[in-house]
Design a protein around this ligand. Structure first.
Ligand SMILES: NC(=O)c1ccc[n+]([C@@H]2O[C@H](COP(=O)([O-])OP(=O)(O)OC[C@H]3O[C@@H](n4cnc5c(N)ncnc54)[C@H](OP(=O)(O)O)[C@@H]3O)[C@@H](O)[C@H]2O)c1
Length: 260
């Protein structure tokens, strides 16, 4: 394989991607990465205004098509509409980034059942619904790349009181393996990215808390929190033919946290 062939492996020009949770945080970073590589995009979340801003920005900067769609990933009818609109608008669907997620901090003995269910419904059931519906399209064409966004907290616990979050992300990692095996014969690859700590709406209170930051840095061999740029190349690898022989895997982008 020469240099040109190696570079060609990463080519997603003209592919269509759905990125969920693309109204803020890491979802915007993932959408940017795919748009910068020439992918057409559906950006999906519940806050439509924010999605339209992301879409306009990416269209201007990257000369790709970007369609904002208001979606609650825990609602089956919304997810069906999202996938159908993507296929009707762009003609195919090659990439799904299952990034939408929420966290809630409560001691477990005080946690209302509704709070538990909300996190599981969005982080786990939402990821399953989007993967299932997208895979129906991908299987027809015998090509697809599904990238789930897990977390270091799918592999290890911590001092923060967030049991449903940890449980949902652990389940996402094993869902990744299960779906990868089920859909391997259709050439639909399913992998996950497990980030450490990155700035976003979800983590903004933690980033302001000096004790929490000391704890986080003490757990991170590379000695810093994540920068959005740290995630882009990993996503493009998992979303492109470069990763054709990789499935069911979770790549930890965590500064070494889970190696400690
Ligand atoms: N930041 C980190 O350090 C970190 C570390 C590990 C893993 N992660 C994971 O990365 C993903 C993105 O989180 P983030 O840190 O970027 O936080 P964020 O800024 O709060 O983004 C979360 C995104 O999910 C969307 N979302 C939430 N519920 C939704 C629903 N029911 N349907 C559709 N979209 C929904 C939100 O949009 P709307 O409110 O507009 O719906 C938002 O765009 C999550 O899965 C999170 O668990 C983050």
């Amino acid at each position: 394989m020469d240099k040109t062939e190696t570079m060609a492996c990463y080519d997603i020009q003209g592919h269509t991607a759905i990125v969920t949770g693309a109204s803020s945080g890491l979802g915007v970073t993932f959408a940017e990465a795919l748009a910068e590589c020439g992918g057409n995009l559906v950006v999906a979340a519940r806050r439509y205004e924010k999605l339209t801003q992301v879409a306009e920005d990416l269209k201007d900067r990257c000369d790709v098509e970007v369609l904002p769609i208001k979606v609650d990933v825990s609602r089956e009818d919304d997810v069906n509409r999202m996938v159908n609109t993507a296929v009707d608008s762009f003609g195919s669907l090659e990439i799904l980034v299952n990034n939408a997620g929420v966290a809630s901090l409560s001691p477990s003995v005080e946690m209302p059942l509704e709070e538990w269910k909300k996190v599981i419904d969005i982080n786990l059931t939402g990821s399953f619904l989007c993967a299932r519906t997208a895979a129906r399209e991908m299987i027809k064409r015998k090509y697809g790349k599904i990238v789930n966004v897990a977390s270091i907290y799918g592999a290890v616990g911590d001092i923060f009181h967030a049991a449903p979050y940890y449980a949902s992300k652990g389940a996402v990692i094993n869902l990744t393996r299960a779906l990868a095996i089920e859909w391997a014969s259709y050439k639909v690859n399913v992998n996950a990215i497990a980030p450490g700590f990155f700035p976003s709406e979800m983590t903004q209170e933690i980033f302001k808390n000096e004790d929490a930051m000391r704890h986080i840095l003490s757990r991170t061999p590379l000695g810093r929190t994540g920068d959005p740029a740290d995630l882009k190349a990993v996503l493009v690898y998992l979303a492109s033919p470069a990763s054709n022989y990789v499935t069911g895997q979770t790549i930890y982008v965590d500064g070494g946290w889970t190696a400690l």
